[in-house]
Design a protein around this ligand. Structure first.
Ligand code: ZN
Length: 256
């Protein structure tokens, strides 16, 4: 997490994080707690995915500086830096072309099997879990042994992010199953995707940031009836892969 970016965002929102020094001291933590209270988040002072997303959104709405000044001492950020929540060592150097978002069709927490298929998992409370394969194994210049197999015939150059949910779900008529996707979980995804897009220089387009359910239509690569993510269990008004994908991309753009 980039504390400098958090401090800048807090400052732009009228909170007092103390000096913008990149150190998460007492004043910064107090400002984070105050912001969390105002935003209706759990006031624990921890800047996780939800707080990051809320900070970015609020700072953006205010026209404030969401991004850190380019060329800051933020190693490996691939440029702009900004509010970061994915640990740097989860994002090793690699050439990546696109990012595909899934659900695991499993439970609300990441199992060993879940972790073997994806690079990053988001649990139902918004917590991030690192998958077993490194992103570098799915390099666009050629996938290496042990790569994350998350999308049929589309793993080379593809980052796989997955929401832990939707065990036993049925597409039509829609039944969310025993582990429905939570709003907290979905709301944590844009900041994660934005981090990865910044790090690997992936543009946010329907061909480069998409859900598994959009792969066949958007990339022309046949999948076997995959419908992750064509439904949001917490919001039945949004139906279909394109609607969910467009919403995700809008939310990612708002964080970037
Ligand atoms: Zn999938």
């Amino acid at each position: 997490m980039d504390t400098t970016a958090v401090q800048r965002a807090l400052l732009s929102l009228g909170y007092d994080p103390g000096p913008v020094d990149g150190l998460p001291g007492r004043k910064t933590t107090a400002a984070v707690v105050a912001f969390q209270r105002a935003a209706g988040l759990k006031p624990d002072g921890v800047v996780g995915p939800l707080t990051t997303a809320a900070l970015a959104k609020a700072a953006l709405a205010k026209g404030g500086p969401v991004q850190v000044v380019p060329g800051s001492n933020d190693p490996g950020s691939g440029g702009g830096g900004g509010l970061r929540i994915v640990p740097l060592d989860w994002m090793p150097a690699a050439q990546m072309s696109r990012l595909i978002v899934h659900w695991t069709a499993g439970n609300h927490t990441a199992s060993g099997l879940d972790r073997s298929h994806y690079h990053i998992l988001v649990e139902s409370d918004g917590k991030l879990v690192r998958g077993i394969p490194s992103i570098a194994l799915n390099d666009a210049r050629g996938a290496k042994t042990g790569y994350a197999a998350h999308t049929l015939n589309c793993n080379t150059g593809s980052i796989g992010v997955s929401l832990c949910c939707m065990a036993g779900a049925v597409e039509k008529p829609f039944k969310p199953g025993s582990a429905p996707m939570t709003k907290v979980q979905w709301d944590a995804v844009p900041a994660v995707v934005a981090d990865l897009c910044r790090r690997y220089g992936i543009p946010v387009t329907p061909k480069t940031v998409l859900s598994h359910a959009e792969v066949q239509a958007n990339l022309g690569i046949k999948q076997k009836g995959k419908w992750d993510i064509a439904r949001l269990a917490f919001d039945p008004s949004i139906v279909g892969a394109a609607a969910c994908g467009d919403l995700l991309r809008r939310q990612v753009q708002a964080v970037l």
